[in-house]
Every structure is written in C-alpha cells, then in structure tokens.
Design a protein around this ligand. Structure first.
Ligand SMILES: Cc1cc2nc3c(=O)[nH]c(=O)nc-3n(C[C@H](O)[C@H](O)[C@H](O)COP(=O)(O)O)c2cc1C
Length: 191
C-alpha cells in the first residue's frame, strides 16, 4: 500500500475495462479537486481553437492540445461539451489550432470569457485557411485540420484533427504559457 492515502495501489498486469469505457467504479479514481490541483502544475501552451460553420466563426481558448501522430500528421484537442463552440466544431468537421504569442494574453481572455462570446473574432487579425476554418495571423503557428475522429469522454469531446496545413510565423517564438491558474511567459530562456 502506498504511503500517500490518496494513491491506491492497483494490481499490476490487470486491465480496467470499466475505466476504458469511461465509467470508472474502481475506488481508485481520485477526486476532481485533487486532479485539478495536480493539473495546475502542468505548464501548457495556450491556443485558440476556431471553426466556421455557415459563414459564422466560433472559438475558444484551450490548453488541452497535443500531437498524436506525424504520419499522417494528426493532433488532438479536448473541448468541453458545454463550450458554445463545441457543437459547431463537430458539425463543421474542421478546426484550426492557433498557438498564441506571449503578447496575446488579452486575446486569450477574450476567447475564454463568455461576455465576449458573440464578438470574439473582432479581436486579432483573422484569415481563412484551406479548410475554411479561421486562422489567426499573429499565431506562432496555426494548424489547419479536418476532423478525422471524435470521442466523447466524460464532460469533453476529443477531436482528432488531420492536419492539412501548417502556417509558421516569421517572428520570435515567444509562447504564452498557462500554469498554476495564471498566464506566464518563458522569459527565463533555455536551461
Ligand atoms: C487558459 C485556459 C485554458 C483552457 N483550456 C480549455 C480546454 O483545453 N478545453 C476546453 O474545453 N476549455 C478550455 N478552457 C475554457 C474555455 O476557453 C472557456 O470555457 C470557453 O471559452 C467558454 O466558452 P463559451 O463562453 O464560448 O462557452 C480554457 C480556459 C482558459 C482560460
């Protein structure tokens, strides 16, 4: 048994079909508050996920973005099923991932606060990507994606995007970062 009361030793060599089906009933599931405390320590880049459906643009800020595969180029984003953009991303079948520059904190706030929901795209300069999704001109990089697959897992949907275009900015690569519930920059440089 672990010394930490919040960690339950699981039998080794065993698979957990209940967990894979999304319905954990193992007693091993940690409470959400502790999970969030842990996730706060995971520093992440900040991106805007954007889509267009019937000529209307929708978007949100996300840190849950990751590479899946290089061949074919595939990434994933996790979007809350309660986010106003969620259903539009699914229906549009396309989205862009716009990785934010250190100077884009205000833009990130506009894309995460509900009060800006209807005028998010009036902030920043946006163009149209190959798929028709909006792309942010100032992004460090913008990935233009077609949805290859989506999986509903608990409160979120994981959208797997096949990347059809990558737009790289020419300027300095200073990312906007988020951890411990606040925005940061990578000023200290390489170690
Ligand atoms: C730094 C930061 C990271 C976020 N990451 C995600 C994320 O990965 N997935 C997600 O669904 N929501 C994420 N959110 C929350 C959404 O941005 C926010 O709830 C959403 O934009 C609200 O959208 P709505 O007003 O359009 O419903 C994040 C918010 C912030 C401030």
């Amino acid at each position: 048994m672990s010394e930490n009361a919040n960690v339950v030793a699981l039998p080794t060599g065993k698979r957990f079909p209940e967990a894979r089906a999304g319905g954990i009933s193992l007693g091993a599931a940690v409470d959400a508050g502790r999970f969030k405390l842990g996730m706060r320590r995971l520093a992440a880049g900040v991106s805007i996920i954007a889509t267009t459906l019937e000529e209307v643009r929708y978007g949100l800020v996300a840190t849950a973005v990751n590479s899946v595969s290089a061949d074919p180029p595939t990434l994933l984003v996790c979007v809350s099923q309660t986010a106003s953009a969620h259903d539009f991303i699914s229906r549009a079948g396309r989205f862009s991932v716009n990785v934010l520059h250190a100077d884009d904190r205000e833009l990130a706030e506009n894309f995460s606060r509900p009060e800006f929901r209807t005028r998010r795209f009036s902030f920043g300069e946006w163009s149209t990507a190959t798929t028709g999704a909006p792309v942010l001109d100032s992004a460090l990089v913008a990935f233009d994606c077609l949805i290859a697959q989506e999986a509903r897992v608990a409160s979120h949907t994981v959208f797997f995007g096949q990347v059809v275009d990558v737009r790289l900015s020419d300027g300095p690569i200073d990312p906007l970062l988020f951890w411990n519930s606040s925005y940061h920059t990578a000023e200290a440089g390489p170690r």
